[in-house]
Write a protein that binds this ligand. Structure first.
Ligand code: ATP
Length: 693
């Protein structure tokens, strides 16, 4: 650490005691002078090679010089992980948090930083250094346009702000560096060397790819090592895990079986803890884990996913079968990575995954401090295919990273609204100037693939999008040029897609009476609701019947219908487990889906008010509360009035004593399961307050 100034070295040594020296990748950045310079930098080094530390070093340096820093990341899970890691710095007088107004070092997700660049200019202008983590996501369909536009606006509003981007290695890094006016530092150091190979069924005399995965799992047992197996869908994670569990179980030594059984019980404790029977998925997961294999996807309960990740880190799970997307936000390296599926299903049929995604998955192989080498195996159906995949993936070039700003229509709409609503644009020319300064604009006008019609095509897209926004009364051509309507400002201050806003605006203008079930069905059909999807092909009649009971007739019940039916059950106090078993859906996300639905109800209420419709405020507030707490209307006051009580105990209290609790004594309350002294006290307090009001 001798290359660091004494104060910086002291802080790092104290906060990261296990880091004795900078690794070659980190040294290359320090030697390039990124700590002393005030230029923009893009630091492109492999996964798990210590990018975060480089960000921290730059942040501390800037704060020691009296500056303020924003560290922006793509996911909330990464935000929480970084805040926890950076809290250590508070011992040295550096305030760390999520709010840039109150923190020297503020960790924000891309969307929050984007929102800051629209409406919080005073705060933005106080920022001296912006660190963009996972900067390579600028090429990603949904988050890419957000960070690209936010950086573009920020550079306009606070030209003095310095940018240090932490990225995976990209093929067109020079082009991106020119757009950002940044110096590039690239290095291919990895803490654990990576062995990448394509295996095929023929070399193992295997009938299919799953048999090859089984061979790798068997080796895991003999070498006491672990494997991450990536497949393309949730259902495949489960079918592969079950296939492996059935065949490996008899080969597992007794002591390991005991450990696996303990993990399986922890998984089943999750539904038990909420007083519910396990779902079929819980039971299947527990069975697989008894053989040391766990499947991991977004349809599991958060708590179950955490147990799988923890137990894998502890060595009590041999293999996790997972979908790549969910693993993105989880720091879970493994000695071996197996990529069984290299295609993913899209509207145009099976498409090959990008080489970049292959690199990201392979990059998880090899645990720093544990493994001396990491293994990444891609599996081919035949030897010929293996040869071809070796060329394409192992020796292939990572694709160019391109802006998705124009391809993602909703992102284009949202950025036009942002520019107009924030007052930064009132004419098409203003908009054209903004988009010309984005990475998309740079690629179209300056980049190696730019063309003479680049800017004309941007102008055409802007004009078409502006017409759409005017037609939907989101912006309007006023006397002083383009302005945002109240509806447009509401969208700009939300993180909702324009599609959601327009759909709800239309629903509000067409409804003659508020039907909360129809509204739930409408919400479930918007892109901003996390779906509660069907598990498989089993009957969908229960969903259709539940919707029909509320006057909603559907021919084909899809995942939106399943989500609507699940939410209707939820506000009638069914548990996720009951919903999962009743409708054969992945109900683990019900609580989160219901929370997002309750926020959308509030957004819908604002839309009604903008349309001058105030008569449903009360009904909508009740619906938002029912979704948030998962209750029927009668116990809303109780669950709201007594923090931490929850809907199960609230229902028991009302069933036992009725709604009027004024004369119920504390000792009577404490006879109810789960009601102790503190809660009984709180309920008494609530009862007294409610009789005063
Ligand atoms: N010089 C170092 N010596 C030892 N350990 C280090 C060093 N630098 C970073 N680490 C540790 O290595 C682990 C991976 O580092 P880090 O998370 O910063 O990598 P990364 O490049 O950000 O990974 P990702 O690409 O997943 O974001 C962390 O636990 C970090 O503290």
């Amino acid at each position: 650490m001798k290359f660091l100034n004494p104060e910086l070295r002291k802080i790092i040594t104290d906060c990261y005691p296990y880091i004795e020296s900078l690794n070659p990748a980190q040294m290359s950045a320090v030697e390039a002078g990124y700590l002393e310079s005030d230029e923009n930098f893009i630091i492109a080094i492999p996964t798990a090679s210590g990018k975060t530390l480089l960000g921290v070093l730059a942040a501390i340096q800037a704060i020691m010089d009296g500056g303020r820093v924003i560290y922006t990341v793509p996911l909330i899970s990464i935000q929480n992980e970084k805040v926890k890691e950076f809290r250590e710095l508070e011992k040295h007088g550096i305030s760390v948090g999520k709010d840039p107004r109150t923190s020297d070092l503020a960790v924000m997700v891309f969307e929050s930083f984007d929102s800051l660049t629209r409406f919080s200019w005073n705060t933005l202008r106080e920022i001296d250094l912006l660190i963009v983590d996972e900067f390579h996501m600028i090429g990603e369909y949904s988050r890419g346009p957000v960070i690209e536009s936010a950086i573009t606006r920020a550079r306009k509003l606070n030209p003095a702000m310095r940018i240090v981007a932490l990225s995976a290695t990209l093929s067109n890094m020079d082009e991106i560096g020119e757009w950002l006016g940044a110096r590039i530092v690239e290095h291919d150091y990895r803490p654990v060397p990576l062995h990448r190979e394509v295996l095929d069924t023929e070399m193992f005399g295997a009938r299919d790819k799953n048999q090859v995965v089984l061979k790798i799992l068997e080796r895991s047992i003999s070498e006491d090592s672990q494997t991450l197996a990536f497949v393309s869908t949730r259902r495949f994670t489960e079918s592969l895990a079950s296939y492996l569990a059935d065949r490996i179980k008899k080969k597992i030594p007794g002591d390991l079986l005991e450990r696996f059984d303990e993990v399986a019980e922890r998984i089943l404790d999750v539904p038990r803890a909420s007083g519910s029977p396990p779902t079929s998925t819980c039971l299947k997961l527990a069975d697989c884990i008894r053989a040391g294999v766990a499947f991991h996807h977004a349809g599991l309960f958060n708590r179950q996913r955490e147990i799988i990740e923890d137990e894998f880190r502890r060595g009590n799970i041999l293999m996790i079968t997972a979908t790549p997307s969910l693993m993105y936000g989880v720091n879970l390296p493994s000695r071996t990575v197996v990529i069984r599926d290299y295609t993913r299903w899209t509207g145009q049929g099976p498409q090959r995954i990008p080489v970049f995604d292959y690199e990201q998955m392979s990059g998880r192989a090899g645990r720093p401090l544990y493994d001396d080498i990491g293994y990444s195996y891609l599996i081919a159906k035949s030897h010929d295919e293996a040869m071809e995949l070796e060329e394409y993936y192992v020796n292939g070039e990572v694709e160019r990273t391109n802006s998705r700003l124009m391809e993602n229509r909703d992102a284009l709409y949202r950025q036009i609204i942002a520019q107009v609503a924030s007052g930064l644009a009132s004419t098409t020319e203003d908009l054209l100037e903004f988009f010309r300064e984005t990475f998309y604009g740079y690629q179209m006008s300056e980049g190696p693939f730019s063309n003479a019609f680049g800017l004309d095509s941007i102008q055409y897209e802007i004009e078409t999008a502006t017409e759409f926004l005017i037609k939907n009364r989101i912006i309007y051509p006023g006397p002083s040029g383009l302005s945002a309507t109240e509806f447009g400002i509401l969208i700009a201050k939300s993180s909702y897609s324009v599609e959601t806003a327009v759909k709800l605006h239309q629903f509000a203008s067409e409804m003659d009476e508020l039907d909360i079930y129809r509204l739930i069905y409408e919400l479930a059909g918007t892109p901003d609701i996390p779906l509660i999807p069907f598990k498989g092909r089993k009957s969908r009649d229960p969903v259709r019947e539940r919707l029909m009971e509320h006057g909603i007739f559907v021919m084909d019940a899809g995942n939106s219908e399943a989500t609507a039916a699940a939410l209707i059950e939820w506000i009638n106090e069914r548990t996720e487990y009951e919903i999962e078993n009743a409708f054969n859906v992945y109900a683990a996300s019900t609580r989160r889906t219901a929370y997002e639905a309750s926020r959308l109800v509030k957004f819908f209420k604002r839309i009604c008010e903008i349309q001058g419709v105030y008569g449903y405020t009360g009904k909508l507030d009740v619906l938002a509360a029912r979704l948030y707490y998962g209750v029927r209307e009668d116990i809303i006051p109780l669950v709201v009035g007594v923090r931490g009580l929850g809907r199960v105990r609230a229902r028991k209290i009302v069933e036992t004593f009725g709604e009027d609790l004024r004369h119920v004594r504390k000792d009577e309350l404490k006879r109810i399961d789960g009601i102790g002294e503190k809660l009984a006290e709180a309920i008494r307090g609530y009862a007294e307050r409610s009789c005063q009001s």
